[in-house]
Structures are given as C-alpha cells and as structure tokens.
Ligand binder design. Structure first.
Ligand SMILES: Cc1ncc(COP(=O)(O)O)c(C=O)c1O
Length: 372
C-alpha cells in the first residue's frame, strides 16, 4: 500500500486520549475484571500496533481482533499478551494459532473436531473461547446440549485448553434494555449447564462496560469504540465519563482561486456559483475514505465552516472560502478549529451511518501521525 507522505492530508491519532478512555473504564470495573482492548480493523482505523502498545501501557491486559492476520501482526510486533480472534477462523489454521498462543472463538463441535485433526502433531494446545449466541444471531452455541458436548470434547482432548466463554449483546447501547435483559438471562441459562467455567468469562463490549456493569461472574471486558473516544450509542446515552476522541483529520489548501457567478465546480457540474467567490482545493477524497456522500458537508478553516462544493472526487475536494486564502492554509476535516469542532459522529450522521464505519473506513493511504 502506498502511503501519502508527500501531501498534507494527515490522520492524527492521540494515543493519550486512548489511554485516558481506557484508564477511566478500568476505574468503573471491579478489581478482578480485566480489560482487553478491541483492536480489530487496524484498531478501528487508529493503527493496530501503536494502539495496542498504548493500550497496554494504560492497563489493557489482552487484545481482541477480528481475523487471524491481525493477531499474527500483533505477535510479530512483539506483543506477548493474550489475543483472542473474535471471528470464526479456519480449523486448518489451528496449528498456526496454537503455535502463536492465539485464542480461537469457537461456535460448533464440528469446528473442534476438524481442528483436532490438524492439532494432533502439535505440541502446544490451542486456546479456545466458546462463543454463545444469546440473541445476536451471528456466531455461537444456541442450545445447552450442543454447548455441553463441546465442553466435554474440550475436556477430553489434551490438544485444547478451554480458556474462555463469551457472548455479545446487540442492544447494550440502547435506552430500552428489554432485549439486553433477555440476552443476559439466556447467557446465565446456557452457562449454568457447564460443570466448570474457564479462565476468561466475558460478555461486555464498550456499551455493556459503560452502562451495564457490574455484571455477575464477568472477569474480562472487550473494550473497543469507547477506547477510541466514540460513544457506542451515538448520542442516545450519556457516557459515565467524558470520552476523548483520539482521531482527527487535517490537511491544507493546495490550490485557491476566484470563480465568477455562473461558474461550475466538480464532476457533473452539480454546483454553480450564485456569486463571485473564492474556492480552495484540498488533496483528499473518497479513495482516502472521505466518503462520496459527504458532499454538502463542510470543513473548518480558521474556526470557520467552509462548505464542500460539488461532488467529492477520488483524491480532491473543493470548498468555498470566506476570503482569499493562500495555498498552505490549514484545514480541519475532523477535529477542532477555533471554537468549532467536527466529530466523527457528525460525519456519520451526514452519511447516514455510524462513526465506527467512518473511523475504520479511512484508507491506509492517509499517513498517520501519533501523539504520545
Ligand atoms: C464480539 C465483539 N466484542 C466486542 C466488540 C467491541 O465492541 P465496541 O467497539 O462497541 O466496544 C465487538 C465489536 O464489534 C465485537 O464484535
């Protein structure tokens, strides 16, 4: 991947903000509850290894990723703490995971049987976290009998260590907690069938951590969005502490000009000036994850809102300038400028999506600057 270091568009990641959001969450948790930082999808776009190291310093004792490659990247960077792959891996990779002490999420006996065949000659056992589907409808055991069979298989086979058990809530970020309670009841019903619980018992994402703790029997949380300063509920619920956003996006004007009344801007000539006006061009576009449906949105220059004119191009956008700025003028696309601020939530609202998607959608082409 080519990273653009010879242009002024930069994603700035404030690692201190991530550390603050982690430390505050740890204060909310009972002493025996560990915090695993969820660093999947390049740490929600914030940078996998840099985020993991900062999170570790702030008190995270393990990591969750979505795919095996992310876990391997963490191991390669020297991280030796527990890592759990939250998604379903291939049983043919069981040996690779065992060798690297990477825990697998497992939702069926069949997966264990397949993995067992691949582990026969392996000296290290595979760490397994059993996933329970209590209502998310994504992965995991749904019935006590199936769960018990898997448990027995794990107990009988020395190639496995039953290391964790978990579920995932689908509505922990909503005011209405009816469905959350239903899932919680199902969780208790399912785990009550097991003679013994493993080392890690975990059911909390950020929303559950912020709004539903303490929770009986839970000794680890999987903390993602809130760690990056993103309110997992959007704006529905108030967090118990002020979340500090870690990501900002800035650039510079690289070209400025005056256009005349009647002149058009951008592909499709969708914008036509009603007056003579100053226009600036910024070197960022949808290939950087600055999405095409951000047309009609704005950027900040000198604390002033500047409307995006016409369509977002692949690599450039044009904005209306309040005066005749020169190339080199600083532009804020996410973050603070004077008294104004653009949040990822605002971008998400404009695009009718959530801030998770905006954050992890920024492309690798955008160079990152880390504030330590
Ligand atoms: C299984 C699981 N646990 C935890 C998380 C972290 O969620 P959040 O980012 O809302 O904290 C996710 C993220 O989607 C997940 O899929």
């Amino acid at each position: 991947m080519v990273v653009g270091i010879h242009r002024p568009s930069v994603l700035t990641i404030d690692l201190k903000a991530i550390q603050y959001n982690i430390k505050e969450a740890i204060k909310l948790l009972a002493n025996q509850v560990q915090l695993f930082m969820v660093v999947k999808a390049n740490a929600y776009g914030h940078g996998l290894v840099e985020t993991a190291n900062a999170a570790k310093q702030a008190g995270a004792t393990g990591f969750c990723v979505a795919i095996l490659d992310e876990a391997l990247e963490l191991r390669e960077s020297g991280i030796s703490d527990p890592i759990l792959v939250l998604g379903i891996t291939s049983p043919t990779d069981a040996k690779l995971m065992a060798r690297n002490e990477i825990a697998a999420s497992v939702g069926s006996l069949d997966w264990l049987v397949q993995a067992n065949k691949n582990l026969q000659a392996e000296s290290k056992p595979l760490l397994v976290h059993l996933a329970l589907d209590t209502g998310m409808g994504r992965i995991g055991f749904r019935e006590s009998n199936d769960l018990l069979q898997a448990y027995k298989f794990l107990e009988e086979q020395p190639q496995f260590i039953f290391d964790g058990i978990f579920t995932h809530f689908s509505t922990a970020d909503m005011k209405d907690d009816q469905y959350f309670k239903k899932q919680l009841a199902k969780w208790h019903q399912l785990i009550s069938t097991l003679p013994k619980l493993p080392r890690f018992v975990h059911i909390s994402n950020s929303a559950t951590t912020l709004w539903h703790h303490p929770l009986e029997g839970v000794n680890m949380v999987r903390y993602g969005a809130a760690g990056y300063g993103l309110n997992p509920s959007g704006t529905e619920l108030e967090p118990p502490f002020e979340l500090h956003p870690a990501m900002s996006l800035s650039s510079e004007l690289v070209f400025t000009k005056q256009i005349k009344k009647g002149d058009s801007v951008g592909y499709g000539a969708t914008y036509t000036a009603q007056h003579d006006e100053f226009v600036g061009t910024i070197p960022i576009g949808y290939a950087d994850g600055y999405r095409r449906n951000l047309d009609g949105f704005y950027v900040l220059i000198d604390g002033q809102k500047c409307d995006i004119l016409g369509r977002i191009c692949m690599d450039q956008i044009m904005v209306r300038l309040p005066k005749d700025y020169l190339p080199g003028q600083q532009v804020v696309l996410v973050g603070k400028s004077g008294n104004q601020e653009i949040t990822l939530q605002q971008l998400a609202d404009h695009c009718q999506t959530n801030h998770y998607e905006i954050a992890c959608g920024f492309a690798e082409r955008l160079t990152k600057k880390y504030l330590h």
